[in-house]
Design a protein around this ligand. Structure first.
Ligand code: ATP
Ligand code: MG
Length: 245
């Protein structure tokens, strides 16, 4: 889908991803072509195994495509050397996972600080900034808690704070509501939508959860490693109890 009024900042052409070889060869992406725009919430939906996680992992730079081209913010990420790519990821990409992926032995402030420490920022400064980010997601009063002392929704908000600590231009979320209850899912999506509207940020949310659909500006449906349907939608944010407004 093209939008003549705006410029896409993620441009994917004929992206192919194969896993394995010989008899175990799997064609996960079979020529995926799509443009993605900043300042809006793009959902990626489709049946299990159609390649959603594969695609966003490629966008995030944690996985290499087998073929095709991908330009992100004017850069061909997969043509960069290992170090340049790691730098790009550290500075530009935030990833929110279904199962939160928090480190159990670290406090939540330390967890959120990890991406900064990796970039060489001192721990004290990193934790201070992490506390500010946690406050922004409503977790400022729990900064010294360990992850296992929190509810699923609280852990997901911590994971979002960690994904945001570097103010990423690309925010990818893989099933961010599937491990939390409906009310928490609503809170998480309200937060993600607010972040998605930031004009310079590209936000892609993979979901199976129909309650998330109303938060979207655009829904891309994949099937069998390709785009099957791509539609722009009017956001219709559900009320917190799941009722339509
Ligand atoms: N590391 C891997 N090695 C081999 N095959 C893989 C690997 N990761 C994914 N696949 C295969 O690639 C295809 C696409 O997988 P992917 O995880 O991208 O699907 P998905 O759309 O995210 O599915 P789900 O909704 O179940 O999360 C599937 O057939 C899957 O089995
Ligand atoms: Mg997946």
């Amino acid at each position: 889908m093209t939008d003549p009024l705006r410029k896409p900042v993620v441009i994917c052409r004929d992206v192919i991803k194969d896993y394995g070889e010989g008899e175990s060869l799997i064609h996960a992406l079979r020529g995926l072509t799509v443009d993605i725009y900043p300042g809006e919430l793009t959902l990626l939906v489709g049946p299990s195994g159609c390649g959603k996680s594969t695609f966003i992992s490629i966008l995030a730079g944690t996985l290499d495509p087998t073929g095709g081209t991908i330009e992100e913010f004017g850069l061909c990420l997969h043509q960069l050397g290992k170090n340049a790519r790691a730098d790009f990821r550290a500075q530009n990409v935030g990833f929110v996972f279904q199962q939160f992926n928090l480190l159990p032995a670290l406090t939540i402030a330390e967890n959120v600080a990890v991406p900064l420490v990796i970039r060489g920022i001192t721990k004290a400064t990193a934790v201070e900034r992490a506390c500010a980010e946690l406050t922004a997601v409503g977790m400022g009063d729990r900064v010294t808690s360990l992850p296992n002392k929190l509810s699923g929704g609280q852990q997901q908000r911590v994971a979002i704070a960690r994904a945001l600590i570097n103010k990423p231009r690309l925010l990818v979320c893989d099933e961010p509501t599937s491990a939390v209850d409906a009310k928490t899912g609503h809170t998480v999506m309200t937060l993600i939508r607010k972040l998605a509207l930031s004009p310079d940020r590209v936000t892609i949310v993979v979901t199976h959860d129909p309650r998330v659909f109303g938060f979207a500006d655009r829904i891309i449906a994949m099937e069998d490693g390709r785009v099957k349907e791509d539609k722009r939608v009017q956001p219709n944010i559900p009320m917190e109890d799941g009722e339509q407004p």
